[in-house]
Each structure stands twice: as structure tokens, then as C-alpha cells.
Design a protein around this ligand. Structure first.
Ligand SMILES: *Cc1c(COP(=O)(O)O)cnc(C)c1O
Length: 370
């Protein structure tokens, strides 16, 4: 038997499942609809199975994923509700999807027939209203009318191209969606369109389901959002070394940071192989014992150095790269701005080398973790 070290030994992600539930409940109350949490990409890096299981008490309609394998992993994890694979799936995977009782998003008549032939059951009609990405074009629904009469879809959906901007494109897409549905002989009753940004901007959804991802994981949907999520994830890593440097001594590769005088430098066991991006070198901060400490020098693959001259810090302390510690917090938005990426990329970039630790409501600060 191999012995696993505790998952807080080196670097890990704390995931507050109670906060995930609060966020889902908040969005559900705001939209007055059922929720289909989107747990693709391992729930944006937080762990699809634990998160989906934690959401089950809220009676979600089911869950959305991006691949057949992700759907099978949820089934293996004990999820029995419907699982919709939102992007298109090639026919090679239809038998495996059918066997796992997944629901496919289809947009082409021959695929509807092939899905039935493979033993597939429920499917949702995917309508492209402007993304030019997946599904049947809104003005081409005639091509699938007969197939939809033969094997009626359980639901139909579309996806907004600029929900965060809240501009006129949403109304255009909704009108196209309406036209597409009107072209069907008997349109399904179950309709859905809104992701987090769209759902957070509009109370009382006009559809039967909302499809949030990012909001559930605690990331704000930007200006115009009417509801705000509670933070969910924190990335923490141990201080493994503390060094003293004197004037003119440098830190990390290429000597991009040079001390002006005596400084205390902490080494934290988190690097770009964990998803802590190189862009944070000489620009980002981590929290140590509730205080901000600047990243000094280049982020390396497995380690990052902090200037802790003004911060109490000892070997074994937990530094917080994302999330709260004491009264201070580093948000996904702050890090995404520094890295010139989106909060989506930032969360999805947290690598599997990081352990996941699931908390359920316990207010744990970095300083007190064991
Ligand atoms: C990813 C995705 C969502 C969820 O988007 P968020 O912005 O994370 O809420 C919803 N619907 C579809 C089709 C998606 O691909």
C-alpha cells in the first residue's frame, strides 16, 4: 500500500462546497428557474464529482459537461441526474454516450438518426444564433424538422456570444432562437440559454433552466451583474525556505529582481507547473499570515519567491496565492488582470498536481490549516 501525504503538505486548492451551494441557491432565486450547473473541465478545475454531489440537495435539473468522458466520470462518481454534453460529439462516441445514459446536444438530422441507432435516448437541439460554433443555424432549422418530429428533442438551447457586455446582441440572438423554435413542428418545452453572465444580469429568466458555471465557482460576472457570488476557491502553498539577501543580491532566474538592501525572501512551493503563471513574476502578491507579500523574481516551475521582510513568515506557513487569508483577499479577477487572461483560463489552468481539499462551510484561514 502506498502512503499518501496529507493533501495540504505542499500546495493545494481549498474548495468551499457550502459556498458553491449558496451561489447556486442565490442564482436560482434570482432567475426563478431550475439550474443546470456546468461542471465541464472538472468544474473549471475544482473537481466535478465532489462539486456536483454537493449541489444535489438543491435539486438541479442535471449537469452540463463538455465531453463524453467528463459525463462518464460523473456517472462513475454516482451522479444519476441527466447529464448534457453541450458541445458536439462525433458519432464514434455515440455508443459510449448512450451506454452512460448521457444527453447529447445535436444540431444535424443524420446525427439524430445515428444517436437513436446507437441506443441513445434524450437529446437537446443545439441552435446556433450567432456564435458560429455549434448546432443548427437558427435560419436552417427546416433541415432538422423531420428528424425532430421522428425523435422529439427533450430540450433546445442556444448560447450568447457577449453576455458580459449586455449589449444588443443578446436580443438579436433571442429573437433568432424564437424563430428557430417556431420553425419546429412541436418545439420542446424545456429551453435554456443563459450562462452566468446572462443569468446574473437578468432576474426572472424567460427560459426553464439557466446554465451557470463561473458564478457557482465564486467569480463575479462583471459590471451590470445584479447578484454577487461568495468566494469558493483558495490556492495555498507552503513556505519551504526563508533566506536573507543583502544589497545587490538577486532572486530567481535571470536576476530580474535585485535587492536594494537587506531583505527576507520566502520560497513558496507553487510554480507555473501548478498553474501559477509566470506573468505573476515581479508583479503579483501572495498573502502570508493575512498580509500581502510581493512576488520577487521570475516564477519558476515549482517554486515562487516572496519578499517577506515586512511580514511574519516561517517555514511551514501557508501562503495564499488566490483567495482570502485574514481580512485580505486576492481575487481571480486580480490575477486574471495581471496575467492578461480571463478568470476562466485562470481557474482551468490550476493543474492536477495541486491537491484539492473540500471544506463544507468551515471558515478556514490559511494560518490555521494543519
Ligand atoms: C461553459 C458554458 C456555460 C457556462 O458558462 P459560464 O460563463 O461559466 O457560466 C454555459 N453554456 C455553455 C454552452 C457553455 O459552453
Amino acid at each position: 500500500m502506498t502512503r499518501q501525504p496529507p493533501n495540504t503538505a505542499r500546495a493545494w486548492v481549498d474548495v468551499d462546497l457550502a459556498a458553491v451551494r449558496r451561489n447556486a441557491e442565490r442564482l436560482r432565486a434570482h432567475c426563478r428557474t431550475r439550474v443546470m450547473p456546468i461542471v465541464k473541465a472538472d468544474a473549471y478545475g475544482l473537481g466535478a464529482v465532489p462539486v456536483a454531489r454537493a449541489l444535489e440537495p438543491l435539486d438541479p435539473w442535471g449537469f452540463g459537461v463538455a465531453t463524453v468522458s467528463e459525463g462518464i466520470a460523473l456517472r462513475d462518481g454516482g451522479v444519476t441526474r441527466p447529464i448534457l454534453v453541450c458541445p458536439p460529439v462525433l458519432r464514434d462516441e455515440f455508443p459510449a454516450a448512450a451506454e452512460a445514459r448521457l444527453t447529447l446536444a445535436l444540431g444535424h438530422a443524420p446525427d439524430v438518426a445515428a444517436w437513436r441507432a446507437a441506443g441513445g435516448g434524450a437529446w437537446h437541439l443545439s441552435v446556433d444564433t450567432g456564435m458560429t460554433r455549434a448546432g443548427v443555424r437558427w435560419d436552417d432549422v427546416a433541415a432538422i424538422v423531420d428528424a425532430a418530429r421522428e425523435a422529439p428533442p427533450e430540450g433546445a438551447f442556444t448560447h450568447f456570444l457577449a453576455a458580459e457586455r449586455g449589449d444588443a446582441s443578446m436580443a438579436v440572438q433571442e429573437e433568432r432562437f424564437r424563430l428557430a423554435l417556431a420553425a419546429l413542428a412541436n418545439p420542446p418545452a424545456l429551453l435554456h440559454a443563459e450562462n452566468s453572465a446572462a443569468a446574473a444580469r437578468r432576474p426572472n429568466s424567460r427560459y426553464g433552466l439557466v446554465r451557470p458555471g463561473l458564478f457557482l465557482w465564486g467569480v463575479w460576472s462583471g459590471p451590470g451583474a445584479l447578484v454577487t457570488p461568495d468566494p469558493v476557491a483558495a490556492v495555498r502553498a507552503r513556505v519551504t525556505d526563508v533566506h536573507r539577501v543583502t544589497a545587490h543580491e538577486s532572486v530567481s532566474y535571470d536576476a530580474t529582481w535585485v535587492a536594494h538592501g537587506p531583505r527576507r525572501i520566502a520560497t513558496v512551493s507553487l510554480g507555473y507547473a501548478d498553474g501559477y503563471r509566470r506573468a505573476f513574476g515581479n508583479r503579483g502578491h501572495m498573502l502570508v499570515n493575512g498580509r500581502r507579500a510581493p512576488v520577487v523574481g521570475v516564477v519558476t516551475m515549482d517554486m515562487t519567491m516572496l519578499d517577506v521582510t515586512d511580514v511574519p513568515c516561517e517555514v511551514g506557513d501557508a501562503a495564499t496565492a488566490l483567495g482570502a487569508d485574514g481580512g485580505e483577499a486576492i481575487t481571480a479577477e486580480e490575477l486574471a488582470t495581471l496575467a492578461e487572461c480571463s478568470p476562466y483560463e485562470l481557474l482551468c489552468g490550476l493543474r492536477m498536481r495541486l491537491a484539492r481539499r473540500y471544506l463544507d462551510g468551515a471558515a478556514v484561514s490559511a494560518g490555521t490549516v494543519s
